[in-house]
Design a protein around this ligand. Structure first.
Ligand code: SIN
Ligand code: CO
Length: 379
């Protein structure tokens, strides 16, 4: 029998039966859920020009979309309205516990945490997303309906809204604080608020070939691996108009070699670690010496909000390196423990590892601090 509800999250079952395959409701995944933010915090973020926010409302039978930065809420918060703010994890560190239960999916797959606040009766309409999402219910309650993938009629009641019509729900559930609905890409869904509600959407990314090709093009543009076609000792051809499969294969092979190069592995890893985290460089750069002294004095450092580093262990053709928001930091085998501590996202201080921190580690930490990716830990 199909099961669309789990009492708790058994990771192996979830991965083998649900992830990318079918939606599921996980009741009470978060026990005693406490919202780390509220609608006022969201409204504050929505006023900032660098933050992607919008208000979607259904007022007097007409859909409206107001893109942020939002200055006058009274004008747009009419009828049944939802305020949605993208990338909240990059601005408010306190939301990170919401991502924690899903860390069995690698960091690079995670895109961002979108948070929405919706009034009674509000929703953004039935739609289909291209990405996996865990919808974590915060305060209030919501009715979620999820249907099967299919060829649905697309409707655009507003130029910025793509909705679909007429899906039959296979899940129809009312969620309460701490409940989670997982929706794979391509499954239609619709959430209607029952009681003024906060929804935390843990959204994933899945690069398409165009995005991968952009990474390749950027690498080649730098000159790395950008070789030109050659054809010495070509055999003669009676009709010059014909193209041989040999030439086509040689051209493909040329590109395949670039794809298989270490340079492209590095380019991919940089792209995979790219999070669009704004760089907030320090006004006055910290010197390596100053960071080393502070570190030796027991001062701790933590990643800035939303920073999720990636790590490669130097095996099987991968570099031994830490990747942060598109930058690569190589390290030696002896430094592994320190770099693992950095990548853990936890507080890092002089007592984290048995060995003394190396020059490479302190140099990396200094760069990360100067770029605003790591900051001083304040209790
Ligand atoms: C919402 O939070 O209202 C929309 C989330 C979604 O359907 O992806
Ligand atoms: Co959606």
């Amino acid at each position: 029998m199909q099961s669309y509800q789990l009492e708790n999250l058994d990771i192996d079952t979830f991965l083998s039966e649900y992830w990318q395959q079918k939606p599921v409701v996980i009741k009470g995944l978060f026990k005693d859920f406490n919202d780390p933010i509220d609608e006022n915090d969201l409204a504050g973020l929505a006023q900032e020009s660098e933050i992607d926010a919008r208000i979607i409302s259904l007022h007097q039978n007409k859909w409206h979309v107001q893109q942020g930065p939002i200055k006058r809420f009274d004008k747009v918060c009419r009828g049944n309205w939802t305020l949605l703010v993208q990338g909240v994890d990059k601005y408010i560190a306190e939301v990170s516990p919401i991502l924690a239960p899903f860390s069995f999916i690698p960091h690079w797959r995670l895109d961002d945490l979108m948070v929405s606040y919706a009034t009674e009766g509000a929703g953004v309409g039935a739609h289909i997303d291209q990405y996996d999402v865990f919808l974590v219910q915060g305060k209030g309650s919501r009715r979620w309906r999820v249907g099967e993938p299919g060829n649905y009629k697309e409707v655009c009641p507003h130029p910025k809204l793509r909705q679909i019509e007429g899906f039959e729900p296979i899940i129809d559930v009312v969620v309460e604080p701490g409940d989670v609905v997982y929706v794979p890409p391509g499954w239609p869904h619709d959430g209607i608020t029952i009681q003024d509600s906060l929804t935390y959407s843990v959204g994933y990314r899945a690069p398409d070939n165009l995005q991968l090709a952009e990474s390749l093009a950027m690498m080649l543009d730098k000159g790395d691996g950008n070789v030109r076609f050659t054809d010495p000792k070509r055999s003669s051809q009676s009709n010059g108009a014909y193209v041989s499969v040999k030439d086509i294969n040689a051209l493909k092979q040329q590109l395949i070699q670039a794809i298989n190069s270490d340079d492209f592995t590095g380019a991919l890893l940089e792209a995979m670690s790219e999070q669009g985290i704004p760089e907030y460089p320090l006004d006055d750069d910290m010197s390596l010496e100053a960071v080393s002294n502070q570190f030796a004095a027991g001062i701790g450092f933590v990643p800035a909000a939303g920073v999720r580093p990636l790590l490669c262990d130097g095996n099987a053709g991968l570099p031994r390196a830490l990747f942060v928001n598109g930058s690569q930091f190589n390290f030696n085998q002896e430094d592994t423990e320190w770099f693992e501590a950095l990548a853990s996202g936890n507080i890092i201080n002089a007592n984290c590892c048995l060995d003394a921190p190396s020059f490479t580690f302190l140099e990396t930490l200094t760069t990360l601090i100067n770029n605003g990716y790591w900051e001083w830990y304040e209790e």
